[in-house]
Every structure is written in structure tokens, then in C-alpha cells.
Design a protein around this ligand. Structure first.
Ligand code: FAD
Length: 376
């Protein structure tokens, strides 16, 4: 293999480029990214960077030493517009193209938008975070649509800046499908304890200069409206490539597409019927995907840990495993009303998930044996 094109210059793409070198690949590596910036880390965008306590430089995923040793051919500020597997070519938005024997798809996703909320602030990129940060001046009333991880973190940061915050959530409780009702109630409690006005079971219709309009005809006054309603996988450039795409790039248990010379990693990769939109997943897939790309076949499989963390107010929430509705939840340390506890989910006598609030030590001990069989 003379050249590998990595499409998407963020966490998963960078880890894949690093892994190519770690596995001894000494051919060309072209890293194509449509953002104009060198690769950076996203989790601080809703936390310290949004609060203004972390610099842009502290977010960079590659330092000067990495840049020198990896010898990457960066194409930044340029979008991949098509993949032509037969010609072994990636077409670019600047009219150019990259010939590559292997392709690593790492295009992640974009903030999902809601009709009627075109003037709201999304949060996916550093430019989104800079725009939002500039709007968070003293005295503004913030309304956040969506009480998922990112919505909750933005609410927490806004409260730390002393701003009035309302969070509007369609579900009966925040993160209920992921965490179940008992732990969703804990998330709701964190909001309440820190002065965020969380309103669940609410349907939004749109926004105007006055605020957010609800389906019941009422208005929630707002100066700044943020949407935190998930992401859409960036796969449009793969239309016509022949690859199977549907809510992500469909890959096998080794992260390989139908073409052995094309693999996918990170938020965009769909394996075992689902995508995982979390940092650890995007970071941990590279060794398997790269090994299989270089082998030209699926020789290794990926086992997701399901690890997610989220910093909200005074709490660090940690989740691992893949609990499902119906799994039995037991508190093994503390209780849901305390500021620190650990709970496990069990199914058929086995622990299938762990959740902790402010107890990383016990969480880490309990999550270790949790690795599940590879997705197929
Ligand atoms: C604000 C925020 C906070 C987060 N906090 C946490 C957290 O606390 N804990 C946690 O576990 N996870 C967190 N995450 C999730 C985590 O950051 C993502 O899972 C991770 O960034 C996924 O990495 P990725 O490389 O797969 O995709 P992305 O980070 O989405 O990167 C994909 C890159 O590809 C580019 N791209 C897309 N299409 C093209 C194209 N056609 N051509 C060229 N380039 C293209 C995109 O612009 C982007 O730069 C957070 C995410 C956000 C947005």
C-alpha cells in the first residue's frame, strides 16, 4: 500500500493516522479535513473552552513532535466530495483529488438542526463554541433545546458563568433511554440543585427574537438559544461510492466496509447495527481498523467498551457497558440522592453496565471485566 487517505481530521482520523505509523506503515498518509484547523479535541467545547478557562492550544490533538514524526500530508479546509473505489480516488472540494490504495473514513458528524431553529447556536466545532462563547455575555437568558450530554454540559457551563438557564427536553426525563428512569432522575436533580430550570415533556415549535415557542402556544423568553439535539453522520460524500450507508457507514465487526481497502472509524462507523458517538469509541477503534486495512481482510474484531463520561455541574458522570431497558439496576455504593454513588446493571446474573457519579475509583474497578463480545 503506497498511500492511505484518512478522510476526517479529528479524533478518529488522528488516532488512525497515528496507528498506521505505530503498526509500521511507512507509505504516504493524507489527512483530509474540511475544518480549517489542525485536529482538536471536542469534549472541552461544552466545558472549559466554553467557559473561557481552556485555550484553543490546549485542545490540539497533535503537538509539534507528533506533527514531525507522523509526516502527514494535511489537506485542511478541503472537503472530500466523492469516493471512487474503482479509480482508488477521493475527490476534493477544491477540484483536486487524492489517489490512495486504502481509505479510512473518519468523517464523524455534524450537529443536527431542528426546523424553525436556524438562528440557534449548534455546538459541534470550535467555531461553533467560539460563536456561542461570544454570545454568553452577562445578563443574557439562555434556553437550551435538548437535555442530553451536550445540552446538560452547556447548561452547567452557563450556570457557572452566572447566567439564567432553561433547558427544554421532549423526553419525560433527561437521558432516560440511555440511563433509565432512576438515573435520569439524578440528572434532573443535578440541574435543579444548580439553579437550571429543566422542563421535560416539552415540544418546541420554533424560535423568534423573543425566545422559544412551544407547541402549547407559550413562549420561553430567551436571548441565546442553543440546540443540543444530537448529530447527523457525515456520509453524503459517499453517495455513488457503492458503500452501504444508512445512519453511518456500515462496517463489519472489524470496522471494514464491503471493500477491504476501505474502513470506517469513530462517530460515523456503524457496526452491530448502531453507532457510538463517544470519545473513547472514536479513540479505541484505530488499532483494529488499521490492522485490518493493512491485512486486506478482517483479521481482528473490535469490542466496544461503551465508556462515556460527562461533566455536569459538581458531578462527573461515568457510564460503561451496554445496559438495556429491563436490566436490573442496583446501587452498590451510595444511593441516588447522594453526591457520589455507583450503580450496576445486571442481566441473567452478569453485570452488563456500570454508572458512577463522582466515584471514579470504584467505577474503574467495576468496569474492567465488562468487555462484551464483538459486535457482528
Ligand atoms: C461539544 C462536545 C462535547 C463532547 N463531550 C464528550 C464527553 O464529555 N465525553 C465523551 O465521551 N464524548 C464527548 N463528545 C463526543 C466526542 O467528541 C466524539 O465522539 C468525537 O469527537 C468523535 O470523533 P470523530 O473523529 O469520529 O468525529 P468528529 O469529531 O465529528 O470529526 C469528524 C471530522 O471530519 C470532518 N468531515 C466531515 N465530513 C467531511 C468531508 N466530507 N471531508 C473532510 N472532512 C470531513 C468534520 O468536519 C470533522 O472535523 C463531545 C462532542 C462534542 C461535540
Amino acid at each position: 500500500m503506497k498511500r492511505v487517505a484518512v478522510v476526517g481530521a479529528s479524533l478518529a482520523g488522528v488516532r488512525a493516522a497515528q496507528e498506521l505509523r505505530a503498526q509500521g506503515y511507512d507509505g504516504g498518509v493524507v489527512l483530509i479535513g474540511d475544518e480549517p484547523h489542525l485536529p482538536y479535541d471536542r469534549p472541552p467545547l461544552s466545558k472549559a473552552f466554553l467557559a473561557g478557562t481552556a485555550s484553543a492550544a490546549s485542545l490540539e490533538l497533535l503537538d509539534a513532535g507528533d506533527l514531525a514524526s507522523l509526516a502527514l500530508d494535511f489537506r485542511l479546509g478541503v472537503r472530500a466530495t466523492a469516493l471512487e473505489p474503482a479509480a482508488r480516488r477521493v475527490l476534493l472540494s477544491d477540484g483536486g483529488s487524492v489517489h490512495a490504495d486504502g481509505v479510512i473514513i473518519a468523517t464523524g458528524g455534524r450537529a443536527r438542526t431542528l426546523p424553525g431553529f436556524e438562528d440557534a447556536y449548534p455546538l459541534r466545532t470550535i467555531d461553533d463554541a467560539l460563536a456561542l462563547r461570544a454570545a454568553l455575555v452577562p445578563g443574557v437568558r439562555v434556553v437550551i433545546v435538548g437535555a442530553g450530554f451536550i445540552g446538560a454540559e452547556v447548561a452547567s457551563t452557563c450556570r457557572s458563568l452566572g447566567l439564567d438557564v432553561v433547558v427544554l427536553e421532549a423526553l419525560p426525563a433527561p437521558l432516560a433511554p440511555v440511563l433509565g428512569p432512576e438515573l435520569a432522575a439524578v440528572c434532573a436533580r443535578l440541574h435543579a440543585e444548580h439553579g437550571t430550570d429543566l422542563r421535560c415533556g416539552v415540544r418546541v415549535e420554533g424560535m423568534s427574537a423573543a425566545g422559544v415557542h412551544l407547541a402549547d402556544g407559550s413562549l420561553v423568553p430567551a436571548d441565546v438559544v442553543v440546540t443540543g439535539v444530537g448529530m447527523t453522520p457525515a456520509t453524503e460524500w459517499l453517495a455513488g461510492s457503492g458503500l452501504k450507508v444508512g445512519n453511518g457507514v456500515c462496517v463489519d465487526a472489524g470496522l471494514v466496509t464491503e471493500l477491504p481497502s476501505v474502513v470506517a472509524v469513530g462517530d460515523v462507523a456503524r457496526y452491530g447495527g448502531r453507532r457510538h458517538e463517544h470519545w473513547t469509541n472514536a479513540s479505541e477503534q484505530a488499532p483494529v481498523a488499521v490492522a485490518n486495512l493493512l491485512a486486506g481482510r478482517t483479521s481482528r474484531t473490535y469490542t466496544p467498551s461503551g465508556y462515556v463520561w460527562s461533566d455536569q455541574y459538581s458531578g462527573t458522570l461515568q457510564l460503561a457497558g451496554h445496559p438495556r431497558p429491563g436490566d436490573a439496576l442496583t446501587f452498590v455504593d451510595g444511593d441516588p440522592s447522594s453526591s457520589s454513588f455507583v450503580a450496576v446493571w445486571e442481566r441473567d446474573g452478569s453485570t452488563v453496565g456500570v454508572f458512577a457519579l463522582n466515584n471514579a475509583k470504584l467505577f474503574n474497578r467495576l468496569r474492567r471485566p465488562l468487555r462484551l463480545p464483538a459486535a457482528v
